[in-house]
Ligand binder design. Sequence first.
Ligand code: PMP
Length: 286
Amino acid sequence: MSRIVFVNGEYLPEEDATISIFDRGFVMADAVYEVVSVLDGKLIDMEGHQARLGRSLEALGIGNPMSDDDYLSMFRELVSRNEMRDGMIYLQVTRGNPGDRDFTYPPADTPQTVVAFTQSKPGLAENPAAQTGWSVITVPDQRWGRRDIKTTQLLYPSMAKMMAKEAGADDAWLVEYGKITEGTSNNAYIVKGDTIITRELSHDILHGITRAAVLRLAREAQMNVEERGFTAEEAASADEAFVTSASAFVMPVVQIDGAQIGEGKPGRIATRLREIYLDEMRKTAV
Ligand code: PMP
C-alpha cells in the first residue's frame, strides 16, 4: 500500500503528490516544519507542536493557512487512512509558490504550501536503543542564529549527523563558544547528582516541545532542574546524560567523544524520566 499524503487540502497517494519547482520551500528553505509522534494511533503533545508552529510562522511573517482544528483533523485523517499505530507525522508549511525565483518575499496573499505525511515506526516507544543508550561526538555548531525557529534549513544538522555516523556514534552534540547548544535534532542534558542540567532557552536552540514537557514533569516529581549551558568536559564527568525529542522521547546518552559517561549505561534519572514522560503523554494523547 502506498502512503496517502496531504498536499494543499488534498489527500493523495505519495506518487501523485507534487509541488512547484518555484516553491519557496524548495529554492530558499523558506519553510517551517513540525514532527508529531503517534502512539497507539493517537497524537502526542499536539497542542505544544501547534503552538510552536504558530510561533515559527509568525517569526518569519508567513501566514498560517490552517486552524488548529484543521491540523488536528488532517493529522487524524492521515493516521486513519494510513492505518498507522506508532510513528510520526511530518508537517511542512512554506511561504508558497511565487511562480519564479526571487529573493524578495512574494505578496502576502500568495497561498502557503502545506504538506504532511506519516512515517510508520512500529514499536516507536520500545526502541531498544533506550536500553543501551546513545554515543555522541561533539562538533562545532555552524548553524544560523535563529535556531528557535523550526525551519527546514537542515543541511548542517545533516552534515553533523553524517560526521557522527562516520565516527561510529549515534549523534553529534553541537558546540558554540565552548558550550553545548543541543544535538542535531534533540535537546541535550546532563545529570550531576540529583540535578538535571540543560541549556537555557534563547535564539541559540530549538525550544523543544519534549524539553518543555520533560522539565515540567521533572519539577513536578521534585527533581532539581538547572537551565544553563555546559561544556563537553562537564558532560564527560557527569553522572548521566540524555537527549529529548518528539520521536526519541527521552534517550539516554552513555558516551561522549569516546569517554564513558557515569557507568556507561542508561542512568537512573534518564530512565525514570522516560517512563514518566511516556506515561503522561499516552494519557494526554489526542
Ligand atoms: N533541537 C533541534 C535542533 C531539533 O531539530 C529538535 C527536533 N525537532 C529538537 C531540539 C527537539 O524538539 P522537539 O522535542 O520539539 O521534537
